[in-house]
Design a protein. Sequence first.
Length: 638
Amino acid sequence: MVNDILRKHFGFEALRDGQTQVIDDILKGRSAAAIFPTGSGKSLCYQLPALLLPHLTLVVSPLLALIKDQLEFLHSKGISAASIDSSQDKETLVEIMQQVRNGQIKVLMISVERFKNERFRQFISQVPISMLVVDEAHCISEWGHNFRPDYLKLPYYRELFGIPQVLLLTATATPKVINDMCRKFHIGQDQVTVTGFYRSNLQLQVVSCSQTEKFFNLQQILQSCSKVPVIVYVTLQKTAEILVARLEKVGIAAAAYHAGLSMDQRNSVQRQFMDGSVGCIVATIAFGMGVDKADIRKIIHYDLPKSIENYSQEIGRAGRDGKPAVCITLANTENLHVLENFIYGDTPDRESIEYVVGEIYACQGDWEVLINNLSRSSNIRQLPLRTLLVYLELNEIIESQYSYFGDYRFKLIDSENEIIQRFDGERRRFVETIFQCSTKARTWYSIDFDAIWNTYNGDRRRVIAAVDYFYEKGWLELESKQITEVYKIINRDIPKATLIDRLDQLFVERERSEIGRIKNMLTFFESQQCLSHSLADYFADKNAPKACGHCSVCDDRVIQLQARPQPTIVAAEMKTLITPFIQSSPDSLTAKAVTRFLCGITTPLSSKLKASRMDGFGKYAEYPFAEVHGKVAELMAI
């Protein structure tokens, strides 16, 4: 049966190494984890079983581009698959939901954030699901290179919707991360399949060069391979734009790709790269996850990647056709601060943690959180704020109850009377109450859930189910906004100071871990051992050759990374630069908050104070954060 489907739908005669074990586990009713390198067929591990499982396969993926790529592949194989996302119009959404209910869709793909939508949860709770697939499953681990707090809630959603099986997929997970993510889903070691990370067709080259030499090196490389597909990776959006402009001046055609472009622009660039009309893409890490192009011959890291995991993922996009491909890193430590500043910007001050804990301890009843508002008032970026909330859950201080849209409003297409007349008895009275208790402006009605409850004892879930039904029928337009997350406070017994210290230490340890990840990457690039072997060893692949024979170390080119010394920081100049920022803040500032300002790290507070317009913002962006912080702390202590 498996082989028949493999040939009929996918056109393959045999499964690859590792796929057989994973698919066998799934078809035997067991959960599984597949740890395969980029481009080695992880997706088939759910795509094939989805055709044999009785109900829906629900796939959670971190990127819309990745979802679209997977959907195109499934549709090309004649497999009924769809996604639900915010870009869809009403007609498309209603049609997909109906097809899912009817069992016509075998694979439904969503982002993890979709679970926050109570209308989606209401819908999916009515659908029988055979398997939950978690793509990029390393995102669930705090020790992974791309931790996403919302992923931590996936085990809860699995229980909530009664999903019997889970499949975890990732290409970049160390043994520690594999153990962590499997523990969260109760997947045993015998259900984990890890294939080798070594790819014999990839030539790993590291070139030590100063920042001023980089562009010349890049130009030479691109001129030597002008007719093959190339991706050049950079850290910052502005670097991508600058490089493309410089390349065009020397006669090299290239296109920029980054998150600052519109969706239409990004889609256009990607299409041109896929069809060969653009051969060179200069991109941030926003590019690549949704790209399955087999003939990419060169990956060039113009800037250092964020980690070994990111490096592995990005070079994994080269040579998927099995033919030789070259991966070149133009390396120095001159812009290392850029990578470090991403980390320091996501570590909240102890005072900010204290603010959030104070809000919880002072709250009577359930704690309702608008993330945007709490981010601004606590001066914590949204991603680390969500991490903090997860830490509070793990410490059993709060317990996530549900999230809801604070505002629901509708605009009638059919009249109130026409809608009411379609129901009888108790249902008609309930529908009448919804309209009576909704406040009408010019054309839009705002739903008053409290009034409906007080008037009719109609609970929120039933009201939402009703107006969703009206929306699907085309009787009205429906909008929802202001997502509010509700937590139950389950423990105030821990002294506040003790809890704050504990949470602060967790962030300090995470910061130390992330900085350590950068240092591991530098050690890797300066390694005196075969780069291919060192990379495989990092991911616990013990079967890679000791010497691949086609990396820069095997070619006897061990490097030492170059750094450019910066001028000594002058205390008097620093004091002049920070004074306007400190004076503009209504509250006292920490040394770290001031350091972020000087290093050009945006925070909710700096945005509120319009700090980017001040002379001192980013003035010491090319200095190590720790060095600047030390000087700031000395000045503020005087």
